[in-house]
Design a protein around this ligand. Structure first.
Ligand code: NAI
Ligand code: MG
Length: 351
């Protein structure tokens, strides 16, 4: 038996509906692979913020530190500004635990129609590697002359050699395990300091990975190519802002935001990593029990992989593929009428 301690943060809205589904799947595969999960659930959320004035307690990170991994649903709810929920929980965890890799796999599954006519199952299979702790989402800057005609705002983007090199090295190493091709997202024609620096470091790190071919695209052209020819990509590496936008675009290309997973990784394993579906709390459908659980379930599979159980992870993603090809059970976002529970049951039967 391998024991793992997992911190669950269901969060808000459909986060509280999809995390129990992911947990059922984890428990089902765990039994068969000699894994035992011990969970602790934390009620950190906008609801907690409304009652106690903070998304999480002051010692939140210290309490999470002892876990092997964190599985998070989604945070954010009407009434609490999004920057409060994000900077009160998600970003402190990502930064405090040096989760500098945000990994977002994109696959088109048979049985999930892509909005793109040319995007075919089996052909579109790539990963966006997003830098997750620096870049454009910095805390350096400020506002001046609030309320006056001369009011101004300044926000600095911060790119460090250490921070860029480590995300590039992660992405090149991943390309070595996958299709041996890397695409770097840049904008060095318009952003004249940070992006040329990024490009120089890409060329430097590429020389250390001679068996990976690589190219770079300006982010605007890259967005168009992701839509026009998604099958040509293998690993796409991008800064924090570019990676954020590209991975949501890519999730839409794959057919539904409800399926897309994400991992926030601390590759050195000095701290726990965090796994979460890409989607948010979906207040428009929350409480109805119809959320698509696949994004959370795929995130749990990424967690299994990270914890050293790749066979168990593949069993979960195979069951996802099977439920979509072998059954017509679907939640409403995929054109069906099944509830979260029914969809999860159908998937469990195929494990
Ligand atoms: P959202 O992802 O919550 O919803 C966008 C649309 O997709 C909605 O129509 C929703 O019903 C649908 N959708 C999303 N996930 C689904 C699922 N699993 N099954 C079926 N349909 C699904 O994004 P939105 O509306 O922009 O944000 C809502 C709240 O979530 C905001 O407060 C936002 O800040 C927060 N948020 C949190 C994230 C996180 O915790 N990582 C990520 C994105 C948004
Ligand atoms: Mg996003």
């Amino acid at each position: 038996m391998t024991n793992h301690r997992i911190a669950l943060i269901p969060g808000d809205g459909i986060g509280t509906e999809v995390i129990p589904a992911a947990r059922r799947v984890l428990d089902t595969v765990a039994d068969r692979h000699g894994i035992r999960f011990a969970y602790e659930s934390f009620d950190w959320s906008c609801e907690r913020y409304a009652h106690q004035g903070a998304m999480m307690p002051d010692d939140g990170l210290d309490r999470l530190r002892e876990y092997d991994a964190i599985l998070l649903g989604a945070v954010g709810y009407p009434g609490v500004p999004d920057h409060v929920s994000l900077w009160g929980l998600l970003i402190p965890i990502r930064r405090g635990f040096q989760q500098y890799v945000n990994l977002r796999p994109i696959r088109i599954f048979d049985g999930v129609p892509s909005p793109l006519r040319e995007a075919r199952p089996g052909e579109v299979d790539f990963v966006v590697v997003r830098e997750n702790v620096e870049g454009e989402y910095g805390e350096i800057g400020g506002r001046l002359a609030r309320g006056f005609p001369e009011e101004m705002a300044v926000q600095e983007a911060v790119f460090t050699r250490k921070g860029v090199n480590r995300i590039l090295d992660y992405a090149f190493a991943l390309a070595e395990q996958r299709g041996h091709h890397l695409t770097s997202a840049t904008k060095s024609n318009g952003i004249v300091h940070t992006m040329p620096f990024w490009d120089e470091l890409v060329a430097e790190r590429a020389a250390l990975h001679p068996n990976v071919t690589w190219d770079q695209e300006h982010i605007d052209a890259l967005a168009a190519k992701l839509v026009l020819d998604p099958a040509r990509f293998d690993v796409v590496v991008a800064s924090n802002l570019f990676g954020d936008i590209l991975s949501d675009l890519a999730a839409a290309v794959a057919g539904s935001i409800g399926i897309a997973p994400a991992a926030n990784l601390n590759p050195e394993r000095d701290f726990p990593s965090m796994f979460e579906p890409v989607h948010g709390s979906a207040p428009d459908i929350a409480g109805r029990g119809i959320a698509n659980p696949l994004g959370a379930i795929w995130s749990a599979a990424m967690m299994l992989d990270h914890l050293g159980h790749p066979e168990a992870a593949v069993e979960v993603t195979d069951a996802m593929a099977a439920v979509l090809t072998k059954t017509r059970v679907r939640t409403p976002d995929l054109g069906g009428t099944a509830t979260t529970h029914q969809f999860t049951e159908a998937l469990l039967e195929l494990i």
